[in-house]
Design a protein around this ligand. Structure first.
Ligand SMILES: C[S@@+](CC[C@H](N)C(=O)[O-])C[C@H]1O[C@@H](n2cnc3c(N)ncnc32)[C@H](O)[C@@H]1O
Length: 210
């Protein structure tokens, strides 16, 4: 048996088939985020997406831009994304099994980095923000949507890390929207928009590399 490249992606590999089948949680909020992102796009842009899952967002935006590299460390997620890309006609989308840290700097710099439902899952948020900044052109866009469990419930933010130690669910950082909005500028970004469909929902942030 060959060794998996990212053993830590095992949980996500298990989730992939269910994820591919399940509808978007809040379609209206998702569409607002897609529209706000699309409004920043121009046909000459190159985009990087991290933690792309089964590729829905990358494939949605592909026709607006020149090229998109979409990364995920789960080979199963990428398998579904590549299947969807093959069914549609999206020659400018490339899906890769990779973490951000392993993605060669030379592949960029990009005009935009998208990070949807991923920043609360990374091992080191500040290092991830630094890595995103490294891959952007000056003035490039950083568009993210992040679950902030500390805003939902203090108890949840204490319990989830304990449950995730069982490895039945992914590890979730106990972020607050305020904390996230403090850390993004520390990594060299200017925040231009913060949008939340309702209190406690994932926070959507548009920032620009200084
Ligand atoms: C909650 S899903 C979000 C998928 C997609 N962005 C979306 O909004 O539907 C999180 C995704 O991030 C991937 N992921 C988690 N940690 C990662 C890491 N360190 N590097 C790359 N991908 C990661 C998982 O495999 C999973 O596909």
């Amino acid at each position: 048996m060959t060794k998996a490249r990212y053993p830590q992606a095992r949980i996500w590999n298990r989730f992939a088939a269910g994820y591919a089948k399940s509808p978007v949680d809040d379609l209206n909020a998702y569409q607002v985020k897609l529209d706000k992102t699309a409004a920043l796009m121009t046909p000459d842009m190159s985009v990087l997406e991290i933690g792309c899952g089964t590729g829905t967002t990358a494939l949605y935006h592909a026709e607006r831009i020149s090229r998109i590299d979409a990364l995920d460390f789960s080979s199963e997620m990428i398998g579904f994304a590549q299947g969807k890309a093959a069914e549609g006609n999206s020659p400018n989308v490339a899906f890769h099994i990779s973490t951000l840290a392993d993605w060669e700097i030379e592949n960029g710099p990009y005009d935009m980095v998208m990070a949807h439902s991923i920043l609360h899952l990374v091992d080191d948020l500040d290092e991830t923000l630094r890595q995103i900044h490294l891959r952007l052109k000056p003035g490039g866009w950083f568009v993210s949507s992040t679950v902030c469990i500390r805003d939902r419930s203090w108890l949840l933010s204490k319990l989830l890390p304990l449950v995730s130690a069982t490895r039945l669910i992914p590890r979730v950082l106990p972020l607050s929207s305020k904390g996230l909005q403090d850390r993004i500028p520390s990594a060299g970004f200017n925040i231009s928009e913060v949008w939340r469909p309702a209190a406690g929902k994932a926070v959507f942030i548009i920032a620009q590399a200084a």
